[in-house]
Design a protein around this ligand. Structure first.
Ligand code: ADP
Ligand code: ZN
Ligand code: ZN
Length: 740
């Protein structure tokens, strides 16, 4: 008897956080239907012996050939968590990165939501004194509870404000609440916000830039190209205020190091609405709270670092990317997205303006501005009375150096301190010395797990690998020849600090600022506060290059940049130029004039010459011409297939097979006028072994983005299926920033 065909059942296609480029079908439980309303909701599903949380990406008819489907265990959201523009943009990102949608969604969602926790309470909580508290406050004993009570006596404060105002206030609040003196209350956000504060009157250049942002309708990318201290932040603030006045939300992306309590305080004071911060210092619950507050339209201004680009913006009005050239916008593992680039994609989908600000715009952005794709806004003058510092090159060829510093440089430091100035010595190498060398036989300390020298720390007592973190004590004698002539070679920030301390420590404070000395996110600011306006010396790495106003800084001394002049990475010149301009920009931010000294063995190097005589834009023009000549981004589009393994051979074996598949896929398309896909390698990575892993890579490039993506789309299923793919860990990086 012929079977009666059953009505085709609708199934849920679920994106799961697994490295498999597909969706997974499940049956909906009887209680609810597998219809469009389920799309964008999180579900808990069985997967093998495990349970996973995924997001329903689509619904559709069951495949009659497929085996019996399992049923969803639980629907976690009554309403879709992901929908509209954000969901569509994330699907675009998955296609662009050639990554599974489930992994992209897992990257985009705050960890608590990714784990399946319910959407958090987004009310703003504030603390206030009870009646008993009001009575008791004046007579309380000194201490943190008293300080908290004093703060609350002036006005109720929300928890974010208290985070800025009083360290450790939560403990004090618990103590006082236990005694019935304070209470926690939910308040409408609008009640807490201070009245918007006034800023300085915009100068003509700022006014023009503000006018351009306000005049733009729909999607409009604007490059705000303004020298350090030219008042870019003022332009953002005006644009955000206008966005708020139009009843829309604003998203501001900043580099990790730029998101200080001071930045937030400046935004809060000026905008007159609560400003929600999203950064790595928050715990999972706090991150989920901000994300959900934005989704509900409660958060009107979100200021955050890289992953804040995934903030839902149902009422978007503006996106700002500050320091758009900053390397921290590129995610370096997992889904390797670029937050600036994704911000542009979202702004297009949201039909809002996106302002990219920098004193040293990326060559990509300058190229886009040059070709008319972005509106190019220039702020050429420092705001207020500050003047840009002159740069002087110190040729140190054949000069005697004391721990890497020339006599002329030391004299300049001496003079600047004598004139009550502050001095910044920039050396982009932390630790005591980059190498420990045996003077008798030439042995040097190498990391056991990396192809790299161990950096000397602790004045010569400790060794540390800056690539894998491995630490050990420095050997007392040479492991090869048993000689006692082990010497730290070269100069890092620790050694500079030690030497400057000996010379100037009796006269002024000497502070070192690098990742060794400044782990906590507000430590940098603490250092600056310690120094205040007094004369003093700061020694440090690129941490010093970013955004902090140092009113008393009159001399910036840049040493030991020469190795950066000869790097193999095609982006090295751009990064070095940006770093030099940013560091130089620290000097003379306020009333006092500043000077920059650049100590080098290569005073005639074209990069330095162009940069000093022509400035950043002259450098950028010449560098762009070279990139075009060589066929590098932004004139070509790149991707990098990486592979690594504990064993030496599998990465190269895998990449050889992948290369063949890609070449075949490219030849099949064959319809490009520009030669299509170019494959280089595979080659061992510049650091062929790192943290015990052997690493290799296959760079791919094409003049047309389409050719690159077409070849990848065609070849990746077969690459996934390669037997070699199971013997190595591999990943694809579209638009790689670091080729290591
Ligand atoms: P950027 O973001 O370009 O580094 P900021 O917006 O932080 O610059 O401005 C640098 C300094 O100049 C700040 O102290 C700011 O208050 C001040 N400033 C900005 N615009 C003006 C202006 N139009 N008049 C006076 N001072 C200004
Ligand atoms: Zn030796
Ligand atoms: Zn190592």
């Amino acid at each position: 008897m012929p079977a009666v065909p059953a009505a085709v059942e609708a199934v849920l296609r679920v994106a799961l956080p697994l490295p498999l480029p597909r969706l997974f079908d499940y049956r909906a439980p009887p209680a609810w239907r597998a219809d469009q309303a389920a799309v964008g909701c999180r579900v808990r599903v069985p997967f093998g012996p495990r349970e996973l949380v995924g997001v329903v990406a689509a619904t559709g008819p069951a495949d009659p050939a497929a085996p019996e489907l399992r049923e969803v265990l639980e629907r976690l959201d009554p309403e879709p968590l992901l929908h509209g523009e954000l969901f569509a943009s994330l699907q675009w990102l998955a296609r662009y990165c050639h990554a599974p949608l489930g992994e992209v969604l897992a990257t985009a969602l705050p960890a608590a939501l990714r784990r399946g926790e319910p959407q958090p309470d987004t009310r703003t909580w504030a603390w206030r004194l009870t009646e008993a508290g009001n009575t008791a406050q004046a007579a309380m004993r000194a201490g943190r509870p008293k300080r908290l009570a004093d703060l609350l006596h002036a006005a109720p404060r929300d928890e974010e404000a208290l985070d800025d105002l009083l360290e450790g206030w939560r403990g004090a609040a618990r103590t006082l609440a236990g005694r019935g003196l304070v209470e926690r209350v939910a308040v409408p956000a609008s009640q807490l916000a201070p009245a918007p504060g006034a800023g300085p009157e915009p100068n003509p250049e700022q006014a023009r830039a503000i006018g351009a942002v306000l005049a733009s309708t729909g999607f409009a990318p604007l490059l705000l190209d303004g020298v350090t201290g030219s008042g870019k932040t003022e332009v953002y603030l005006h644009a955000i205020a206008d966005c708020l006045a139009r009843g829309r939300q604003a998203l501001v992306l900043v580099p990790e190091i730029g998101l200080t309590p001071q930045t937030l305080a400046r935004f809060r004071a000026r905008l007159g609405v609560p400003v929600h911060a999203l950064h790595s210092g928050l715990n999972d619950a706090e991150r989920a709270r901000v994300w959900s507050a934005a989704l509900r339209g409660e958060a009107r201004v979100v200021v955050g670092t890289r992953s804040a680009v995934f903030t839902p913006l149902p009422e978007a009005g503006l996106i700002v990317v500050d320091e758009e050239h900053d390397g921290s916008y590129k995610q370096q593992d997992g889904i390797r997205y670029h937050a600036r680039d994704f911000a542009l994609v979202r702004a297009r989908a949201l039909e809002v303006p996106v302002v990219l600000g920098s004193a040293t715009p990326s060559l990509e952005s300058l190229h886009n501005a040059g070709s008319g794709r972005y509106l190019h806004l220039r702020l050429s003058q420092r705001a207020g009375n500050a003047r840009p510092p002159p740069v002087r090159v110190l040729d140190v060829r054949k000069r005697a150096l004391d721990n890497g510093l020339s006599r002329e440089l030391l004299e300049a430091i001496d003079a600047a301190l004598a004139a009550d100035g502050q001095v910044l010595v920039f050396r982009n190498r932390r630790g005591y010395a980059p190498v420990l060398l045996c003077h008798d036989c030439g042995w040097s300390a190498q990391c056991r797990r990396c192809d790299a020298a161990m950096t000397v720390h602790g004045g010569g007592r400790r060794l540390q690998c800056h690539h894998c973190g491995h630490r050990q004590a420095a050997p007392p004698a040479c492991p090869d020849c048993a000689g006692l002539a082990l010497q730290p070679q070269g100069v890092g920030t620790e050694r500079l600090e030690e030497m400057l301390m000996q010379r100037f420590g009796a006269r002024v404070p000497v502070l070192r600022i690098d990742r060794g000395s400044t782990r906590r996110r507000d430590a940098l600011q603490k250092h600056f506060e310690t120094l205040g306006e007094r004369p003093g010396l700061l020694v440090g790495t690129q941490m010093l290059a970013k955004g902090h106003d140092l009113a008393g800084l009159t001399l910036v001394a840049v040493v030991g940049i020469d190795e950066g002049l000869f790097s193999a990475d095609f982006r090295a010149a751009e990064k070095l130029a940006q770093l030099l301009i940013q560091v130089a920009g620290r000097a003379g931010r306020a009333e006092r004039a500043g000077e920059v000294l650049l100590q080098t063995h290569h005073p005639d190097h074209p990069l330095l010459q162009t940069l000093i005589n022509g400035g950043y834009h002259a450098f950028a023009a010449s560098e762009l011409a070279q990139r075009e000549e060589a066929g590098f981004p932004p004139f070509a589009h790149m991707a990098l297939l990486r592979a690594e393994s504990r064993h030496a051979d599998p990465p190269m074996a895998f990449l050889q097979r992948a290369r063949a598949l890609l070449a075949e896929a490219a030849s099949r398309s064959g319809d490009s006028v520009d030669g299509g896909l170019v494959l280089h390698g595979p080659l061992p990575a510049p650091m062929a072994r790192r943290a015990g892993m052997y690493r290799a890579q296959l760079p791919l490039s094409a003049l047309q983005r389409r050719d690159l993506h077409l070849a990848l789309d065609r070849a990746l299923p077969a690459i996934h299926a390669l037997p070699e793919a199971r013997r190595t860990r591999w990943s694809l990086d579209v638009d790689p920033v670091d080729l290591y």
